[in-house]
Design a binder for this molecule. Structure first.
Ligand code: ADP
Length: 373
């Protein structure tokens, strides 16, 4: 019988599950926030993912519910589980991706390496943390942040007043300002029955808090870094009972320590390279994992893969008009688009180039992406 996967959220991550679903004969349905979203190519219902009855009705039509984002409220998730719906990842895992303070506390319990951190309720709390950490630190809103919004470097006790007020007595998060050499990301897929398959660790480069480039596998990563990154992800996936895809964002320090920055429990921008650069793409792997099917090989198909995000473009322009030029100029480039209206800084697509030389792949991918700038 055809398996039906329901994806909550109509963004590009849901959209990119459609192609592998078609290939595998899996039926995919999407609960989108509004009409005409990125994933509208799939059978799409439109409704509010915060409304229990809307989500219940959507869940009745599918064999498993999974996600394009982590914002579905716990009450809604728990209602589905109480109804007997298969939800992957489940609410007990997802809460660690929904709230950075809850995540930090849980990572401490399982012994995952992470920056020093503390909950902050008052200026005095922040002052104390700054005093202990050289006068500078990073404050974060525990919930609702994305692409660097909700993250700020502070050097004085009043630096988080607005967020403290907005959270009305609930704590926000403060972390040591990590002097990292670079940022890495480690993905792992895990099935409900326990099988877990890691991907190669990758390097991610952010611009203005947004992922801009990914290099896979991470260039010059030592054997130790490769091994430790995979072990951290396996410990977190198992320890937090994550099902589906988990991405662990990591800082690599100059003395080669790895510290966990944050978690995503769904396909992730750091894994888009797998569409063209790995035997099994993260999108196919996620579908297999949430359906508790055997996982595919995560081996790279070439020595190097580079992913460049296409960010924004002039308001009102459609990126279609530049396709032919990019295709003509860079025939090795694999162009992926999200069907979204370009707005400055918005992720509207990406380019993957796979090959035997990292610099050549990076050149070609950047050259192709530049046509859409
Ligand atoms: P978001 O949830 O918006 O993606 P992150 O927590 O990933 O926010 O932070 C965004 C970026 O801010 C990170 O990619 C990193 O470059 C920087 N950053 C976050 N936390 C720290 C930290 N403790 N020390 C130094 N830089 C940090």
């Amino acid at each position: 019988m055809t398996k039906r996967v329901g994806v909550i959220g109509g963004g590009q991550l849901a959209r990119m599950m459609i192609a592998p679903a078609v290939e595998l004969g899996i039926e995919i349905r999407v609960l989108a926030e509004q009409e005409g979203m990125s994933a509208a190519l799939a059978a799409t219902a439109v409704g509010d993912y915060r409304d229990v009855e809307t989500v219940r009705a959507f869940a009745r039509e599918v064999d498993v519910v999974t996600f394009d984002h982590e914002h579905v409220p716990q009450e809604v998730l728990r209602a589905l589980v109480a109804d007997g719906v298969a939800v992957h990842p489940g609410p007990d895992a997802l809460r660690f991706a929904q709230d950075k303070l809850v995540m930090r506390a849980r990572l401490a319990e399982i012994g995952a390496p992470q920056p020093d951190w503390a909950p902050v309720r008052t200026r005095a709390d922040l002052r104390a943390f700054l005093d202990e950490h050289g006068g500078r630190a990073v404050v974060k809103t525990p919930r609702g942040g994305y692409d660097g919004k909700g993250v700020r470097v502070v050097d004085h006790e009043a630096g988080a007043d607005d967020w403290l007020a907005a959270f009305g007595g609930e704590p926000i998060l403060v972390e040591e300002l990590v002097d990292f050499r670079r940022e890495l990301a480690q993905q792992i897929a895990r099935r409900p029955s326990g099988e877990a398959v890691p991907y190669p660790v990758v390097e991610t480069v952010q611009q203005d808090g947004v992922c801009a480039e990914v290099f896979a596998p991470a260039p010059h990563a030592s054997d130790r870094v490769v091994e430790v990154a995979a072990r951290i992800a396996a410990d977190i996936a198992g320890g937090l009972d994550v099902t589906g895809l988990l991405a662990v964002e990591l800082f690599e320090t100059t003395d080669e320590r790895l510290l966990v920055n944050e978690l995503a429990m769904r396909p992730h921008n750091s894994g888009h390279w797998t569409q063209d650069g790995a035997v099994t793409s993260q999108f196919e792997q996620h579908l297999r994992a949430v359906l508790d099917l055997p996982l595919g090989s995560s081996d790279p198909v070439a020595d190097a893969a580079v992913m460049i995000n296409i960010l924004g473009g002039p308001q009102g322009a459609t990126i279609d008009s530049r396709f032919a030029d990019a295709m003509r100029d860079q025939p090795a480039a694999r162009i992926h688009t999200y069907g979204k209206d370009p707005r400055p800084g918005r992720k509207v697509g990406h380019v993957n180039v796979v090959g035997d030389d990292l610099d050549d792949a990076a050149y070609a991918a950047r050259a192709a992406a530049a046509f859409f700038a």
